[in-house]
Write a protein of this length. Sequence first.
Length: 94
Amino acid sequence: MVEIKSIGRKYSLILDFILTGLLLLLISYSKESNFILLTSLCKFTLRILYTHCYMYTSEIYGTKIRVTGTGFCSAVARFGGIILPVISIPLTKN
């Protein structure tokens, strides 16, 4: 689903990074009317990118390193999810 068969996994991953980066740049310069559409597209590409990275790293690294890295990244992501509302509320006040 994520991989483009004609170019392979590595270049599909590069294409995902480029597309997500371009969408993030567009979000930073967008008007309010396009904001919801662009953030939805960016969230979609980020989910594809995460899935693609997960599949790609499972082929590269051994089981012990992969499990340790995945556990660490999961813990950091959960901590970010907890702390983000605390950080974002003062930043959104005008």
